[in-house]
Design a protein around this ligand. Structure first.
Ligand code: PLP
Length: 406
């Protein structure tokens, strides 16, 4: 197993934890059967959309069968939505009552933004340049309520120094938003330390964990996160249309969302339309009819992650990260991802814009049966636990070949 590291020569500057090989090669081969497309395609686009698994397909079919044969099957469907919340809660060490269901990260963050009281002295929202932009748009849209949005800048290494949080968060800060993993280059933030800084200054902390969940451990209690949001279709193997929101138990009664609806009420079926009576648990952040079909898919995807185990997945992802970083350096490709694997998640970003448009490269790779994902100036190579090191070699070789042909 350790052979993947043995040829990391001095001078590469790559720091990586020791690869334990917690998922054996035979087990990897078994899991690869679960994702039929892997037979024909090298799939390193997990930062964008995971491949379809047999289980997720079966789960979607279970919904279609229920609708076809039972017809109106609301009790089963609502049960399924609840079960998806339970699985998500397990993944992040929360209680099911601390989870709300939403249709996207944007909607979940909007619900939170609409829940806060900006009438006191704390009117400031601290966000970062490494948020996925949708999160910042939600906060910028709150400026009409007197909210001040301050941006923590990204540095020349495409990272954020912890000291910046010390500098930007102050006694006027109501909430701080820190993404767990930067969508562009996989840079991973130390959420526990950021939470300590934010709380010390009386600010809440919201974490968008979308690019980390599934490959990086998240324990909302240990990390002391107030609010966490994530969609489902990247490393969690799901489909578009569903996102989850974690809200710390003690915080729930403080939140009075105006982005709301009947499923956010204590009894959605009271049909009492003259009063608003939010639920006492996190479902007060649910809005309208929940995303039933995506919830079927979400549970099946989450089951794969929980079954394989995030710690074992991380071991493999770290190895693949070190392998990809070394592969870039060997081939003269410029990466903007951290060379310290402890500071990164799955994505390795390769700077290509001096040679060609990254989206064009994504399309050329697709013609060669490789799915990688372009963003801005980079092409992102984002493996999952089933990815083989030789697939990374193949992807990097093809990138070099395409760039050299320019
Ligand atoms: C970190 C992160 N947050 C949010 C999103 C998207 O959010 P939404 O579910 O609102 O489309 C993405 C990418 O799709 C992302 O990478």
């Amino acid at each position: 197993m350790k052979k993947y590291y043995s040829n990391l020569k001095e001078g590469y500057g790559i720091i990586a934890p020791e690869y334990k090989g917690l998922i054996g090669e035979e087990e990897i081969e078994g899991w690869r059967e679960e994702f039929p497309i892997l037979k024909d395609v090298v799939h390193v686009a997990n930062c964008s959309q995971a491949p379809q698994s047999k289980r997720v397909r079966q789960a979607i079919n279970r919904y279609l069968d229920s609708w076809l044969t039972v017809g109106m099957d609301w009790d089963t469907w609502m049960e399924e939505v609840y079960k998806a919340k339970v699985k998500f809660a397990k993944l992040i060490n929360a209680e099911p009552g601390e989870i709300a269901i939403s249709t996207s990260v944007s909607e979940g963050v909007s619900s939170i933004a609409s829940s806060l009281d900006y009438s006191g002295k704390r009117k400031k929202v601290v966000v970062t340049d490494v948020e996925f932009p949708t999160v910042n748009y939600v906060w910028l849209a709150q400026q009409k309520y007197g909210v001040q949005v301050d941006f923590i800048p990204v540095n020349e290494k495409y990272e954020i120094d912890l000291e910046e949080y010390e500098r930007y968060i102050d006694e006027y800060t109501l909430i701080t938003c820190a993404t767990y993993v930067y969508y562009l280059n996989g840079f991973k933030q130390d959420i526990g330390r950021i939470a300590a800084i934010a709380h010390d200054k009386g600010s809440l902390l919201l974490v968008d964990a979308y690019q980390g969940l599934g490959t990086q451990p998240v324990d909302v209690k240990k990390m002391d996160i107030d609010i966490l949001v994530s969609g489902n279709l990247k490393y969690l193997f799901g489909i578009p249309g569903v996102a989850f929101l974690y809200v710390k138990r003690d915080l729930i009664p403080r939140l009075k969302p105006s982005v709301t609806g009947w499923f956010g009420q204590a009894n959605p079926f009271s049909f009492e339309s003259r009063i608003i009576d939010w639920a006492m648990d996190a479902s007060r952040l649910d809005t309208g009819t929940p995303p039933v079909l995506p919830a079927y898919a979400a549970r099946a995807g989450l089951e794969i992650v929980n079954e394989v185990g995030v710690d074992r997945i991380k071991d493999r992802i770290d190895m693949l990260s070190a392998y990809a970083l070394k592969g870039c350096i060997d081939r003269g490709l410029k990466t903007i991802s951290p060379l310290d694997v402890n500071k990164k998640a799955g994505t390795t970003a390769i700077w290509v814009s001096d040679k060609m448009d990254s989206h064009e490269l994504e399309l050329e790779l697709k013609n060669r049966n490789i799915l990688a994902s372009a963003r801005g100036d980079v092409i992102r190579v984002a493996p999952h636990f089933y990815t083989k090191p030789e697939e990374i070699d193949y992807v990097l070789d093809q990138i070099v070949d395409i760039l050299n042909s320019r």
